[in-house]
Ligand binder design. Sequence first.
Ligand code: SIN
Length: 506
Amino acid sequence: MERLRHDGVVVVGAGLAGLSAALSAAPARVLVLTDAPLSHGCSSAWAQGGVAAALGADDAPALHAADTVTAGAGLVVADVARLLAEDGPAAVRHLAALGAPFDRTPDGSFAQSLEAAHSRARVARVKGDQAGRAIMEAVVVAVLAARHIEVRTGAHLTGLLQGADGRVRGVVARIKGRSVEITARSVILATGGIGGLYAVTTTPAELQGEGLGLAAMAGAVIADPEFVQFHPTAIDIGRDPAPLATEALRGEGATLVNGDGERFMAAYHVDAEMAPRDVVARAIHAEREAGRGAFLDARAAVGAHFPDEFPAVFAACLGGGIDPRTQLIPVAPACHYHMGGIATDSDGRTSLPGLYAAGECASTGVHGANRLASNSLLEAAVFGARAGRAAAAAEAPVTGATEPVMAADLAPGDLQTLRQAMSRDAGVIRDAAGLQRLLDLIDQLEIAGGRSAPLVAARLVAACAMNRRESRGGHYRTDFPEHATAERTFVTLDQVTHPNLKFAAE
Ligand code: SIN
């Protein structure tokens, strides 16, 4: 085992949260570890909608915060939502100053799209659906020019180094095939979500909850893991991951129809196509389960403007043999975002000293049970930067012995089995029987192949979904369809693995 000492901050993950953390940690030295080349392998670069921020004359951060709280179905931490919304306009201007080419109106203001559950058009976008890619390009240029940052690609997180006092003092990574222990002043996990644990996902498939799983194995408190958001309109053309048809298309007037050509959303919600994302996802799931199918009809709303206004969606459709200017787009719900994660305060501090988390692998409580559309890039920028500043200011640990907390590898065949089971049993619709079947499978896979981070992440989702005997936001139980008391979940891995705790199956 090779050993390195880094006398600054180690950031694991190079999406918008990780790179925002790295930039704001200056002048502390930062080592960024990422499996994929920069701008690849992260959901940030795939985001189509844009960045939600109260930039318009008819808007205010208080309205944005209120929409965030309403979308989160009773579980949003209001102070964190206020902080996010208040920082929103400055965060967009900062990204624009780094070079992100946001769309502008003729008078030079930010052009903004309307997305579901926003009371105003407030999503700052780039060339229609190019926001994530363009923002990441600008941020990557800044990172490569920053003298305090070193980036190592081809580095896969396999463990955390922990002192006897519980403090996280570094990481273990497989870097170009070699195992390396890296000690550091502090560690920021920005490893993204868990889309790769689901058979149908809109995120890069390599995002399998590595940071979440390892933090839990080290004893960190995990918040709200049962809350997974399913995007209603992944393009159903048999691709893995599934390309996204951005919600902004519905904001432009595209409608949802079934195979009989009937617009069905009005039967499910008064806001029809602009209903909250979880409602639309369940409606599409129901139409498909009933054998009617579900399609996005953007022919009248976008039509000939597709190539200019939604180039990513247009290219994905053409790749699947569909011309969205003249044809319906087949759609299906897909795992899109994890609201739960490593519990943090608004400066990214976890329950373990020395360990910080930001972006999708973290849970500040800002998203509650259901994230408001286009709040995730904003969250990554705002809370990534805050975590970077806090981790850089952390006191240097007293040197001492460390023990590695290591995750096993999950065999490719077992991963595919898990993905199918997660989609079937911890997907859009859940019940006790399915969740128990999933927990039994996770037990079997863990006994056979060891404790891997993806299995730990999947266990957290399944056990806490079992324990939440109600329906709320992204979590829908057919056996408990009503709301119960609005309470966030805070758990440790010990609690979800111990059979006698309240997490046992009913
Ligand atoms: C979309 O463009 O529909 C996705 C935006 C988001 O998930 O925030």
